[in-house]
Design a protein around this ligand. Structure first.
Ligand SMILES: [Mn+2]
Length: 361
């Protein structure tokens, strides 16, 4: 079938060739993924299911976002009745309000990875990520990794399904469900639908025919009202005060809007404000800043026409902190210690405007 299985057995969890313990050959994740890619959906499902036994206690590990939550939810459904127990654990703190709304409204059961006793589980699955993406993820040996990011090196798992051309891991998870003839519940269908929408940014980013087919197939099973609620929930009640501060601080000149919101408890509110301000007619640039922890976070938005937000962010802040992004959207996160004290203490919208104007004529 593949060059790996021609000469070598599938590796065990530590990457040793099971056929020949003296064999030094270690297939890379990409090599294993390549042989998984050649399988049909049903063969892939069968290979995946072979890993698990009735008395297994399975932990699905994710870095929570809509796509990872949805795909983990699908795999939990797939394995639920085949193993003794299955739990979803998220490595990150869930900050985005949309993601909290998704978790609550679609009742996706999850626990924080750091509160999990790993020794009470017998098998681990990593969804929508790879061990190299975070040290917390690398601390676990996985039986299966299912993901759509480009394959990285230096880790091993018995089963690896990586398809970087896919717009969402949710689509991959859906294919497993479909191959096992499971009809997703309304909550699961809505999750997968939102997972695909979110990762492909409504199909404006990379997606395959499979993503479109999945999207079309599950559409009839979703709850549109729940989806709307999840998609529009992006502000906490406690964050409404920042909207007032943002509007009070606004300065408009030369078709550009600037606003500094001082201290915020979550940098996402800066993104919400910046995105809202792009709705203003006849405005080419929106630049919103705020202080989050020990950083000045600056969000850039523009229409992208003869403009480049990523380049501007890098020009203004690149020397004092990470800054960059795309043509239409970018951000900078400048450690406050890299700014002169006099500037930090009296930072206002005018300060922001002056910093930008040095680089924007
Ligand atoms: Mn994803």
């Amino acid at each position: 079938m593949s060059s790996i299985t021609d000469k070598h057995n599938q590796p065990d969890n530590k990457g040793r060739c099971q056929e020949d313990k003296t064999c030094a050959y270690l297939p890379s994740p990409e090599q294993i993924a390549r042989s998984t890619r050649r399988l049909s959906n049903r063969e892939r499902l069968r290979t995946f299911l072979q890993i698990f036994k009735k008395d297994d206690r399975v932990l699905i590990v994710i870095v929570a976002d809509p796509d990872s939550m949805a795909s983990a939810y699908a795999i939990k459904r797939l394995l639920g009745r085949r193993v003794e127990d299955i739990v979803i654990a998220h490595q990150n703190e869930i900050m985005r309000v949309n993601n909290i709304a998704m978790m609550e409204l679609l009742k996706i059961p999850m626990q924080r990875l750091r509160s999990i006793k790993k020794e009470s589980f017998t098998k681990f699955i990593l969804m929508d990520s790879q061990p190299t993406h975070h040290p917390d993820l690398a601390a676990i040996t996985y039986s299966a990794v299912i993901d759509h990011h480009p394959a990285t090196e230096g880790w091993i798992a018995k089963f690896i399904d990586i398809r970087p051309e896919y717009g969402a891991t949710s689509t991959m998870a859906f294919e497993y469900l479909k191959a096992s003839k499971i009809k997703p519940s309304v909550a699961l269908a809505t999750s997968l639908f939102y997972g695909i929408k979110s990762d492909t940014q409504n199909f404006t980013k990379k997606a395959t025919q499979s993503d479109i087919l999945c999207f079309q197939y599950i559409f009839k099973g979703i709850n549109q009202q729940l989806l709307n609620k999840i998609e529009t929930s992006d502000i906490r009640r406690s964050e409404l005060k920042y909207l007032r501060l943002a509007f009070d601080g606004i300065k408009v000149s030369k078709h550009r809007i600037y606003s500094h919101i001082e201290k915020v408890t979550n940098p996402d509110i800066l993104v919400v404000v910046a995105d809202f301000l792009t709705h203003v007619h006849d405005v080419g640039w929106v630049i919103v800043s705020g202080v989050y922890g020990d950083k000045l976070v600056v969000i850039f938005r523009c229409d992208g026409y003869k403009k480049d937000a990523g380049k501007l962010a890098a020009r203004v802040f690149g020397e004092i902190g990470p800054a960059g992004g795309h043509k239409e959207s970018a951000r900078a996160e400048v450690p406050l210690k890299n700014l002169p004290d006099a500037i930090i203490q009296k930072f206002t919208t005018s300060t922001l405007q002056r910093m930008i104007l040095k680089h924007l004529k």
